[in-house]
Design a protein around this ligand. Sequence first.
Ligand SMILES: Cc1cc2nc3c(=O)[nH]c(=O)nc-3n(C[C@H](O)[C@H](O)[C@H](O)COP(=O)(O)O)c2cc1C
Length: 157
Amino acid sequence: MPITETDFRRALSCFASGVTVVTTVDAEGGLHGLTVSAFCSVSLAPPLVLVCIEKATASHFAFLESRICAVHTLDETQQAISERFATPIQDKFVGLEFRPGIGGVPVIEGTLTALECRVINVFDGGDHSIFVAEVEKTQTREGDPLLYFRGSYRSIA
Ligand SMILES: Cc1cc2nc3c(=O)[nH]c(=O)nc-3n(C[C@H](O)[C@H](O)[C@H](O)COP(=O)(O)O)c2cc1C
């Protein structure tokens, strides 16, 4: 018997993850971003990471088109940024400090890490696309991560 979506979601929620915000810019200069927990390191040489983005999200097309992205890991004080980027609102960047990175990708200031990446492969992953990206620049600072576990935000402490 196939598993139900509820059982599947409940099982996956037992995997504790960090929380990232993945951003990009479209051909018209429009800024896009969403909260992503499906982030993973892939390779050290070359330096590759992957993120999984739902095909139905408003920004999916922009990641396909631009082929660049910035992956930010959030710290424990940045739950509000995660909530903002997980909400389908018009301008998610209002009032946020950010700078242009490679190819004009918006790099949010003050996150634990910011990885500026070029997408090198996109694979079909059911209702998500799997974006494999090569990291060209990193920015890192001290701090403890924001975690997500069993549908709630947590911190290490
Ligand atoms: C903690 C958390 C993790 C999430 N992880 C993912 C993810 O890995 N991939 C994804 O496509 N959406 C994920 N989402 C949902 C998107 O952030 C949300 O649907 C977002 O609004 C989609 O972008 P849009 O507003 O451009 O449509 C997550 C949401 C939360 C709160």
